[in-house]
Every structure is written in C-alpha cells, then in structure tokens.
Design a binder for this molecule. Sequence first.
Ligand SMILES: Nc1ncnc2c1ncn2[C@@H]1O[C@H](COP(=O)(O)OP(=O)(O)OP(=O)(O)O)[C@@H](O)[C@H]1O
Ligand SMILES: [Mg+2]
Length: 302
Amino acid sequence: MSSVREIEISEAICGKTSLYSFPSQSATNANTMKLPQCSLSEPILRIRNLSKIYKMPGREESVIALKSINLVESTEFGPIREGEFIIIRGPSGGGKTTLLNMIGTIDTPTEGEIELFGTFISKNSSDSYLSKLRLEHIGFVFQSFNLLATMTAFENVALPMNLLGKLNKKEIRLKVRSLLTKVGLQDRMDHLPSELSGGEQQRVAIARALANSPELLLLDEPTGDLDSRSTVDVMNLLLDINMGKTGERPTTCIMVTHNPELECYADRILYVKDGEFQFQAYNSEKTPLVYEDYVAFLDVNP
Ligand SMILES: Nc1ncnc2c1ncn2[C@@H]1O[C@H](COP(=O)(O)OP(=O)(O)OP(=O)(O)O)[C@@H](O)[C@H]1O
Ligand SMILES: [Mg+2]
C-alpha cells in the first residue's frame, strides 16, 4: 500500500490537495503546514502500550492482533482529540476491528491501557464499569446494521434510552422522533428493519447510536454493505454529526473503512497493519463527496 497513491485518490475526487502524509514529511515541513482545527482541541483518548493476544481454547498457538501500540503525545501518533474524525484503514486481518473493540470496551486488552474521557480501561476493569461507560458515552455502528429484527425503527432507537433509564416515556418519544427526523426517516418510524433499504437501516442504526448523546461514535465499515448513493448519504450525515450540524454538539468519530475514496471526510487517517500503526495522514479540511463526481470517478476506476 503506497501512501502517495491513497492521497492521490482522495484528491482526485475531492478536487483538493488537502491530504498530506505525516510524519513521512520532514518534521520542519510538517510543523509549518496547516493542521486541522481539531489538532488544538482537548485529547479524549490516549492509548498506552496496548496489546491484544487471542488465545484459542485447546490450542497452543495464539494470534497477536495488536502489538503494544500507542496514541500519546510522546509518540509520533498523538492522542485522539475532541471533535476529530478519524479514519482507520489497512489490510484485512491487520487489527482494525480489534482496535475499535478495545476502544469501545467491547473487548478487554491483554496488556496496556486506554484512557478514555479521563478514565482508565485495562484488563482489570469490571464488566459493570465498562457497560456503564459504553451506554453513557459511546455509540456503535456496524457494517451489518445489527438492528433488532422484531422491533420497529422507533423501538430500535428507543432501546438505549430505555436501558439507560434517564428519560421518561414522553421525553424518549420526542427524542426518538427528533433523531429519526435528523437522519431523514420521519416517515419510516413504524417500519421493521426488513421493510427498510440497506441505507435506511444504516441511518436507523446511526440514530440508535446517537440515542444517549454519546461523545464518541465508533463505526466499523458502516458503508461496507451500501451502494454508492447510500454511501455518500450516510457519510454526509456522519460528517454533519461530527461537526455538530445536526443541532447536537460535535461528536468525535472513529471509523474503520476499506474505501480509500472516503478519506476526504477525515481529519486524520491512521493506517494499521500487522497489529501496529504504520503511518498517518492529516487532511487540513474535511470535505464531503459530491455524488456525481464520486460515481464518475468509480466509472473510470472500478
Ligand atoms: N475472537 C478472535 N479470536 C481469535 N483471533 C481473532 C479474533 N478476532 C480477531 N482475531 C484475529 O486477530 C487479527 C486481527 O483481526 P481484526 O478483526 O482486528 O482485523 P481487521 O483489520 O478488522 O480485518 P478486516 O479488514 O478483515 O475486518 C486477525 O489475524 C484475526 O484472525
Ligand atoms: Mg474488521
């Protein structure tokens, strides 16, 4: 994988020369370039010496999925900051989902620690502590939507609020309506997932992820099962959510994708390979795709 090629692809679609690799530039050059606004905001996520080793039951061999990785000020890959839109890319099996699951506390590290919103997560953190942290602060969106099949769009979005138990029934009803309206599905509230298109199901999943107003949205290949129209719609919605253009405060986003054309949405792209950060690129201005340009690009570069 060549960093130069990735950057050229994004530029070709966005029509901007805003992406540049870092730290492959010399330190002096990099420091004089305009970094995104988020590079000045508060760090919300630091990772220190994080390793994940999967041991297979009844088998000798183990898989090292993450190799003592760091996201801290003292290393070349700095912490994730409030309001950043991070894209994680890299080859299959490189450790992207493992990393996202560690950050989201779905899985626990073998060694090392994660500092998230000033609290610390390690192999010693209790399940009840982690599930509270997830419910209050983190929203998840997956490639396969993961909606509950027997619940309507409305009921799926209401679920995290019911679990958290902070709002009464009327407040929940109003918030679900507002969220489904923001994702453009005010006319689909009573539909079951099977009565919605893939793009619509993913928008319900995004509304559900936002139900408890999380500070952090984690997305694992959210456009992996979508056609190009829905990909652009979902990405533009995510950028609005990230930048606080949907009426809520800005939401930090960390998104795994295999799609190089989506790099223009990110402040920073982290490339993960063989369980390590390989390099990163900054984008001085995150930019939405224009659907017609994207389709024209895909026609020439299938
Ligand atoms: N539950 C598990 N048990 C054992 N090994 C696992 C488990 N989950 C992941 N692995 C292994 O850890 C490594 C990293 O997997 P991971 O799912 O993080 O990769 P990825 O970068 O997300 O790949 P993809 O792009 O294909 O989704 C792989 O070698 C994988 O086989
Ligand atoms: Mg994965």
